[in-house]
Design a protein around this ligand. Structure first.
Ligand code: ADP
Ligand code: ZN
Ligand code: ZN
Length: 761
């Protein structure tokens, strides 16, 4: 028997080993093995087993590290699919599919000393002869411990103000027993989670749930993916909860993916409240120990419902019944390092491989999923109204051009928005103000010569931070003090342009000196109050206004918020990104959805310089997502952009600019030649023009010139980019692999291929 092994250390290839007879019974694919590798011992995963001897000599497997496989055969298949689709090495993909904490040498369950009463005690128990020899204090201690039914040594020492030595002494006398026990490191410990019961669903929710739970469709595929398009506050989470409950009744497990940013205690509580201990949470803030324990609780089946961010799509849930991808349009589902997978797509493929159902939920679906629902590839479940007849908020656009003309300068807050905030303060209602950080961070500029303080290692301006009077780079984290004078003209009269959250906060203070304001952004959360503290304080009504960045855009449900203000809607519009319009619409709709979620109706003010831009106009119209999507899809189709093609970027990085550029140019030329051949062969089919020269608008494989990436330099590396479009991801991967094998990039150049790139960066 022989086994193919993917070795942790190595290169994109598998190595074949022979399996010693004593291991043949136990060896399974998915196990972690120990094998000899280049004169030392390496660890690797068993990927396939065969009886055919290879043509070359093989070494034997040394040992099986862990008999229960880390990957089921279906998960292995999934990992292989990802490696192929994203053109990533299989080892890197395997590693991405397992929490690092699980594989760390020495990772294991935590054991702590547990103290138990040795024999029944109490008034009715037979007297323990040893008890006679105890002091009064010792007797009291033993009966106290008996009363609470034993416990962790650490905890008992603290609670009963005793010492480990005292307890050990009692154990020696035989009245107590002390032994190590596995202690679960529970990420929810100490949180009070109130159990909840299913709510009676309204008819719209019922229909949606029925669509999700429907049996096989006509096409033979067992469960087509369901796109759950429900406006904000339409009760999508309640639908997920009831679908999961059904899975549990059928003895199946479920995975719920949420964007990292909305993996708040509030979200976790909703699932834990319904399913209790059966929920495992995978969260980036877990300790290694907690992550290890949660993962093992999933693997052993102790937990059947997994809630987590994109990597939770790999959770080893056996007999998987359902995967929910909440806020399926969210960009954080795309991993921005190798393997560059999209968790939504992985969820769809995993569900197909394991015969599970998959629900993609959003108020503003990605155009990819929306098109799939339009063409019938996905089933569509729509919930067009909020629960309990609650109205969607009224959205007003405020043209900042007019505002500027009226008062002679650009204000942070328009008169209309100030007035609306004022009314909320009078009524004791709450306001959320949203500021897209990147475009608005404060930049240090010399008005005399137009010098701008820029990070020397990255091609982005520094952001001014008032708290410590520093300039910080948001790409590499580098910083410097504000210079005494301009390095170009020696002027000392700097201006700070742009509006940061800090400046907006102080401006708001000036307008409303008595209002309580909470600010939430990357800086505020790293300091005194955590993300959760700020949100709980706001929920508890301890502030009138919550001011923040994208962080506050998603998923939050605050019943007393009746006003949402967007200070500048245009920021995400002017990005070099084919999805800029879609992202802007999504962001505005999500933020707006924070208003008026309870009985009181909500109002939204969107400040903009581009009230006519389709994404912004649509966010304020009552025609809703479908109207925006159909106009946007038209545009994408005529421009040959996703979802009508696959778009990939090739980014070449080097410390030397000329090197990065020349390799990008070389690849662009080779790809263009490949494209000509590809398009020529396609052109022979009657649908396309005759001859090998395909008119530009018919060419299906299109390659851009090599050009500086929008982020031209990062952390000292120069970046050049090629954009490739083709009908299928495979077309692009095949072309790139072919060129890579002929002209591999040298060591001092890094090439990153991003299939289905979400932005051009
Ligand atoms: P979404 O996820 O679509 O934004 P939620 O699931 O958060 O919506 O629901 C919004 C609010 O409505 C929540 O407070 C939820 O508890 C409540 N809710 C959901 N379904 C019902 C229902 N059928 N009856 C009453 N309240 C509901
Ligand atoms: Zn930098
Ligand atoms: Zn200057």
């Amino acid at each position: 028997m022989f086994v193919q092994v993917a070795i942790d250390l190595a290169l994109d290839r598998l190595f074949t080993y022979s399996v010693p007879v004593e291991l043949t019974e136990k060896l399974r694919v998915g196990q972690l093995l120990r094998v000899p590798f280049g004169g030392r011992v390496a660890r690797g995963f068993a990927l396939a087993v065969t009886d055919t001897a290879p043509a070359f000599k093989t070494k034997p497997v040394l040992a099986i590290e862990d008999e229960s496989p880390f990957f089921s055969p279906a998960l292995l298949k999934l990992v292989r699919w990802i490696a192929d689709y994203t053109a990533s090495p299989i080892e890197t993909t395997l590693r991405a599919a397992l929490p690092a904490a699980v594989l760390k040498p020495g990772a294991r369950a935590k054991e702590m000393l547990y103290v138990d009463v040795g024999q029944p005690t109490g008034p009715l128990a037979a007297p323990n002869p040893a008890h006679g020899q105890l002091t009064l204090r010792q007797r009291q201690l033993v009966s106290e411990i008996a009363r609470v039914g034993g416990g962790w040594m650490q905890q008992l020492v603290r609670e009963f103000k005793t010492t480990p030595a005292t307890l050990r002494g009692l154990a020696e006398k035989g009245v107590l027993s002390i032994a190590p026990r596995t202690a679960r490191r529970d990420p929810l410990a100490g949180r009070n989670v109130l159990p909840t019961k299913p709510l009676p669903l309204n008819p719209l929710q019922q229909t949606a749930l029925a669509t999700i739970l429907a049996g096989s469709d006509m096409s033979g595929a067992s469960h087509p993916p369901v796109l759950l398009h429900g406006v904000t506050g339409s009760g999508k989470t309640e639908i997920y909860l009831q679908a999961i409950a059904r899975m549990l009744e059928e003895g199946k497990g479920a995975i719920v993916l949420v964007p990292e940013i909305s993996l708040t205690p509030q979200t976790v509580r909703r699932f834990a409240g319904r399913f209790g201990d059966r929920v495992a949470v995978l969260h980036s803030a877990l300790s290694d120990g907690e992550r290890y324990d949660e993962w093992h609780r999933i693997r052993t089946g102790a937990a059947r419902v997994v809630v987590g961010p994109r990597s939770a799509v790999f959770a080893p849930v056996a007999n998987l019944g359902l995967i929910v991808v909440d806020e399926e349009h969210d960009p954080s589902y795309k991993q921005e390092e190798t393997p560059r997978y999209h968790a939504r797509d992985v969820a769809v493929v995993r569900a197909r491989l394991e015969g599970a159902r998959v629900v993609l939920g959003s108020a503003t679906p990605s155009l990819e999923s929306w098109l799939n629902a339009q063409t019938g590839k996905y089933s569509l479940a729509s919930v067009p109204a909020r629960v309990a007849g609650r109205a969607l908020p009224t959205v007003h656009l405020v043209n900042m051009e007019d505002e500027m003309a009226r008062i002679g300068h650009l204000p942070i807050f328009s008169a209309a928005l100030l007035d609306a905030i004022h009314r909320r303060l009078e009524n004791g209602e709450q306001t959320i103000l949203f500021l897209n950080r990147r475009g608005y961070s404060r930049i240090l500029e010399c008005p005399a010569c137009n010098w701008v303080a820029e990070c020397p290692d990255c091609s982005v301006p520094y952001t001014y931070h008032r708290a410590d009077n520093c300039l910080r780079c948001h790409v590499c984290g580098g910083w410097m003090h504000v210079p005494a004078s301009c390095p170009d003209c020696h002027g000392t009269d700097f201006s700070y342009t742009g509006i940061g959250t800090q400046r907006a906060e102080s401006a708001l203070h000036r307008c409303f000196p008595h209002a309580h304001i909470l600010r939430m952004d990357a800086d505020s959360t790293s300091r005194k109050m955590s993300h959760d503290d700020i949100l709980s304080a706001f929920r508890a009504g301890k502030a009138d206004v919550l001011l923040g960045t994208q962080m506050i855009a998603k998923g939050l449900d605050f019943p007393n918020v009746t006003l949402v203000g967007v200070l500048n809607a245009d920021v995400s519009l002017h990005r070099p990104n084919p999805r800029a319009s879609e992202r802007t619409y999504q962001l505005l709709a999500q933020v707006s959805g924070r208003a008026g979620r309870a009985e009181k109706p909500g109002e939204v003010y969107i400040q903009t310089f581009s009230p006519d831009a389709p994404a912004i106009a649509a966010a304020a119209s009552d025609k809703g997502f479908a109207a925006f999507a159909s106009a946007e899809l038209e545009d994408r189709k005529s421009a040959y952009l996703p979802p009508y093609c696959r778009l990939a970027t090739l980014v070449f990085r080097a410390k030397d600019e000329a090197l990065a550029r020349s390799w990008a140019e070389l690849y662009a030329k080779s790809l263009a030649r490949w494209a000509e051949k590809y398009n020529g062969s396609v052109a022979k089919y009657p649908d396309h023009s005759v001859g090998s020269r395909v008119p530009r608008d018919r060419a299906l494989f299109r390659v851009s010139e090599a050009a500086e990436a929008p982020l031209a330099k990062a952390e000292g590396w120069f970046r050049y980019q090629i954009v490739v479009r083709a009908p299928a991801a495979k077309d692009i991967v095949v072309a790139v692999k072919w060129i890579e094998s002929a002209r591999p990039v040298p060591k001092d150049v890094r090439l990153a291929v991003d299939i289905d790139a979400q932005s051009l960066a």
